[in-house]
Ligand binder design. Structure first.
Ligand code: KG4
Ligand code: ZN
Length: 364
């Protein structure tokens, strides 16, 4: 639905419930396109899921219902605003766990209806993708590496609503691979920080594969890496503390190597697609962007390929509602709003025209 561009300062309430964070935030977008976070409330459900070693969808949905209202009220209080200040409500409508999405979308629609303001159904991936506009005032286009527990994608962000997916994962997401590695080594959940901590004490001495390394299309495949890790762990059982540290260091190094190689290839395609004069900036988002080794390797990859590197602050790299409010404000400013029939969608690709990643096995 298009209403025509809106040329005034916009204050948007954002709601995020697609996975295991219940979040509400308020962001203002000024007419010059600059964004300001007025409130950013995140209630994590980590402790509810930890004993299961992963997110349990039914538990997540129920927990969103229980805490979302309070999170929204707190966001208004933190921003020192009342309802009359809210110009629109934006809620993550997908992709993600459908139960949680329905909670957020229904709440958002109810507020929009009651207040008589527009509702915006936000794509969670778009919210991650547009974050550097909020945090760094970054203009388009740029290359985005999104690495979280649910997503592993390389995208050209051309403009709001205009994305070219260059690469995706054929199987596990990168964060998921870290979580599975941690689980099989008996470390805690979420696995990424646990693996990184162990890796710091070890040396990357265990030979592990670099799946998809050197392939022409910048796709990922991470399931094989996890299986190779399992074999190496079994061969060393019972595992000493030192062996666990070395396995973690080796896994992290392999993951960083693969991400660097795939990102380098995406940089080449970006320059071919956008032209040599296009802005050369790599943005990294998603929870795995917290990994210090990955950050160091990507900083070098960016430098070697004459790209600037932007890492949004960690609390805006991981799931949050400020990015949802900002994506909503960016859409509203361009007259892009939704009606109250907009559905929650478990699957919602940012680039519906991207060719399927299967058959990506052609060597460069
Ligand atoms: O973006 P995020 O908070 O949630 C979504 O998945 O949407 O990402 C969480 C993922 C988990 O898989 C977690 O293990 C991973 O990010 N992660 C890390 C690190 N911190 C979080 N992976 C590697 N190293 C880390 N330091
Ligand atoms: Zn996310």
């Amino acid at each position: 639905m298009t209403t025509g561009p809106v040329n005034r300062s916009l204050t948007v309430l954002g709601i995020e419930t697609s996975c295991d964070e219940t979040a509400a935030a308020i962001v203002r977008r000024d007419t010059d396109g600059k964004g300001t976070i007025l409130a950013n409330v995140v209630r994590t459900q980590l402790n509810l899921h930890a004993s299961y070693g992963g997110v349990v969808p039914e538990i997540a949905a129920r927990a969103h219902v229980e805490v979302l209202d309070a999170a929204i009220i707190k966001a208004l209080a933190d921003a020192r605003l009342d309802w009359t200040a809210i110009d629109a409500v934006a809620a993550t409508a997908g992709p993600g766990l459908i139960g949680g999405l329905i909670v957020g979308v229904t709440t958002g629609k109810a507020i929009a209806l009651a207040r008589g303001v527009p509702f915006i159904a936000v794509n969670h991936l778009e919210a991650h993708a547009l974050t550097p506009g909020l945090t760094h005032g970054l203009g388009f286009p740029y290359l985005l590496l999104l690495v979280s527990g649910g997503h592993t994608q390389l995208l050209i962000v051309k403009d709001v609503g205009s994305y070219v997916r260059l690469g995706t994962t054929l199987d596990d997401a990168l964060g998921e691979a870290f979580d599975k590695a941690a689980k099989l080594l008996g470390l805690g959940y979420p696995g990424g920080p646990a693996v990184e901590k162990e890796a710091a004490r070890g040396t990357p001495s265990v030979p592990l594969p670099r799946p998809m390394h050197g392939r022409r299309e910048p796709h990922f495949s991470l399931a094989g890496l996890k299986t190779a890790l399992r074999h190496e762990a079994m061969a060393r059982a019972p595992l000493s503390e030192e062996a666990v540290a070395d396995l973690c260091a080796s896994f992290q190094e392999a993951a960083a190597d693969v991400v660097s190689d795939r990102t380098k290839r995406a940089m080449e395609i970006y320059v071919e697609t956008m032209g040599a004069d296009a802005q050369r900036t790599l943005v990294v988002a998603g929870g795995v962007a917290a990994n210090q080794r990955l950050r160091a390797v990507l900083a070098k990859t960016a430098e070697d390929n004459s790209f600037a590197l932007i890492l949004p602050p960690l609390d805006l790299c991981t799931d949050n509602a400020a990015m949802v409010a900002w994506a909503g404000a960016e859409r509203l400013a361009r007259g892009l709003v939704d009606d109250l029939a907009a559905p929650a969608r478990a699957r919602w690709p940012l680039d519906p025209d991207a060719p399927p990643a299967l058959g990506a096995g052609v060597k460069a």
